[in-house]
Design a protein. Structure first.
Length: 187
C-alpha cells in the first residue's frame, strides 16, 4: 500500500503554533544554503549531539534517476536513524513533544522533522531507505504526494504512513507554504 491512514489524531492548531514559535526564534537548517526549497526543522536528535540536526543529517540518503538513462544514483550519507531518540531542547515541554512521544508508543521512529515546501516547488523523483509517518499541519488543495503512479492529497484531518521505499515525489502547486511533520518509521 502506498498511502495508509492511521488512527492517530492530533491538534493541528497547537502544532502550527509550535512551528511558528520555532521559526520566530530560530531558522530553518539546510545542508546547503543554495537549497532554498528544502526547509527542515529537526524535532529530535542524537542524545546530546547538536551536530546531528545540521548539515547532511537534516536530509539523508536517497536514490534518484537524474537523467534519461536507467542509471540509479545514490546521494548523500546514511543517517543512523535509530540514534535519534532525544527531543531537541527547543521543543522540550511543547505539544510537539507530546505528539512525538505519542507517535513513539505506536511506531518505532527515527528522525522526526517539520518539512516545509514553498509554493510552486517539488522534490526530485527519488526513493528513501524507509517508510514515513506524515502529520500534515499546513497544506492546500494544490499539494500532492506521488508514489509510483498514485497521487494523494493529504488532509490535516489525518495522519498517514507513506511508502517512501518506492519511487516518489511531492509537489506544492498552491500559493502558500506546505508544512508536514514527517517521521522515519523503523521496523
Ligand atoms: Fe522522500
Amino acid at each position: 500500500m502506498n498511502f495508509e491512514k492511521t488512527r492517530l489524531k492530533f491538534d493541528t492548531t497547537k502544532l502550527i503554533k509550535d512551528y511558528q514559535d520555532f521559526i520566530t526564534n530560530n531558522e530553518f537548517v539546510t545542508d546547503d544554503k543554495t537549497l532554498v526549497d528544502f526547509n527542515a526543522i529537526c524535532i529530535n536528535r542524537k542524545e546530546g549531539d547538536e551536530s546531528s540536526v545540521t548539515g547532511g543529517n537534516v536530509r539523508g540518503k536517497y536514490w534518484t534517476y537524474p537523467t534519461d538513462t536507467a542509471a540509479e544514483e545514490e546521494r548523500l550519507e546514511y543517517v543512523d536513524e535509530e540514534a535519534y531518540n532525544e527531543i531537541c531542547p527547543e521543543f522540550a515541554g511543547t505539544y510537539t513533544e507530546e505528539v512525538y512521544n505519542e507517535c513513539k508508543k505506536h511506531y518505532k521512529l527515527g528522525r522526526m522533522r517539520f518539512l516545509m515546501k514553498p509554493p510552486r516547488s517539488c522534490l526530485s523523483w527519488h526513493r528513501d531507505p524507509e517508510r514515513r509517518l506524515h502529520i500534515p499541519i499546513i497544506t492546500n488543495l494544490g499539494c500532492r504526494m506521488v508514489i509510483e503512479n498514485e497521487a494523494q492529497y493529504m488532509s490535516t484531518e489525518h495522519v498517514y504512513i507513506t511508502d517512501n521505499t518506492k519511487y516518489h515525489n511531492f509537489f506544492n502547486g498552491g500559493e502558500e507554504n506546505r508544512v508536514h511533520i514527517v517521521a522515519t518509521i523503523l521496523e
